[in-house]
Design a protein around this ligand. Structure first.
Ligand code: GLU
Length: 304
């Protein structure tokens, strides 16, 4: 049941594509801190709708790691693989109104427009068409992200008619995330800035479905030593659930929080509780304050 509108409800929504790495820990800890500080709830949702990308056992491993980090959700963990009926219902509504349509275009059909779909140009019908959302010309969505500031995107021009259900079967992330955020009563989405580009699309889809738009907070993406985004890097190392404090402290610094504000004594639970009380979202930087190595080295230097 959706919460009363005054209640803050945040979430962490990992895809089970491998063990939790520092980038996902940052999204988990950042969203947890925001929810705790607002006196709200924090939920976890496993985004397991893309079987080819899923690694067997990864979801359970991620949940165990979160627990080792003291990040415990305030409700049952949802799995998107159980929620096809909700996505189907939303899709049917869009199809019935003519806002969504079957599309037979292949990747190569759309190569000429850089992959952006503005009209069907399919050379042949396929047995398994994708379903796309129609994005009329001039669909410009703007919003204010609490960290990244004002963002505007011409969704028609930059993205085009986007996929809601893929030709190979799976539900598209954009549809599942919009349906679930609304159904779970999420009031604020806190996640990595790699998803900033998807947000205008999601807001447009919320409006098409008559769903509320949550607030958005896109956290800086920490870079590895070569300046690559961690989440995209093959070198992103799993965080160690047996030794949570160094990674939590590095995440605290990546969130722009003062080093001296990180609690130095007490159990993990006591430290997390103390961190919640001094956490200040206004310090979160738009861009990474340091590379991952530098964030961890500071820890080493301080611990020495
Ligand atoms: N499942 C997505 C990921 O792991 C995150 C989705 C979201 O936070 O909206 O990258």
């Amino acid at each position: 049941m959706p919460p009363p509108p005054s209640l803050y409800r945040g979430r962490f929504a990992p895809s089970p594509t491998g063990p939790l790495h520092f980038g996902s820990l940052l999204a988990a800890f950042g969203s947890w801190l925001m929810a705790r500080q607002a006196g709200g709830q924090w939920l976890v949702r496993v985004e397991d709708i893309d079987p080819p990308r899923e690694v067997p056992g990864a979801a359970d491993q991620q949940l165990r790691t979160l627990e080792c980090f003291g990040l415990v959700p305030d409700g049952p963990v949802l799995r998107q693989s159980d929620r096809g009926a909700l996505y189907r219902e939303a899709l049917e509504r869009l199809l019935d109104r003519g806002d969504a349509f079957e599309c037979h275009c292949s990747r190569s059909d759309l190569a000429g427009s850089g992959g952006v779909h503005r009209a069907c140009v399919a050379g042949a019908r396929r047995p398994d068409p994708a379903i796309r959302l129609r994005v009329p010309d001039g669909t410009v969505v703007d919003f204010v992200d609490r960290v990244q500031g004002a963002v505007a995107q011409d969704v028609a021009q930059v993205v085009g008619d986007f996929v809601l259900k893929r030709a190979d079967g799976p539900w598209a992330y954009q549809l599942a995330v919009v349906v679930d955020d609304a159904e779970q009563g999420i009031t604020e989405v806190v996640r990595g800035a790699d998803l900033l580009d998807s947000t205008a699309r999601q807001i447009f889809l919320q409006r098409s479905l008559g769903l509320p738009t949550p607030r958005y907070v896109h956290l800086p993406l920490v870079l590895d030593a070569d300046g690559r985004k961690l989440s995209k890097s093959l070198a992103a190392l799993p965080v160690d659930g047996n030794d949570p404090l160094p990674a939590l402290r590095a995440a605290w610094l990546a969130l722009g929080q003062p080093r001296q504000a990180w609690p130095t004594s007490g159990s993990l639970a006591t430290k997390l509780d103390a961190a919640t009380r001094v956490f200040d979202p206004r310090h979160i930087p738009r861009t990474p304050p340091a590379t991952l190595a530098a964030l961890h080295n500071t820890t080493a230097i301080d611990a020495a």
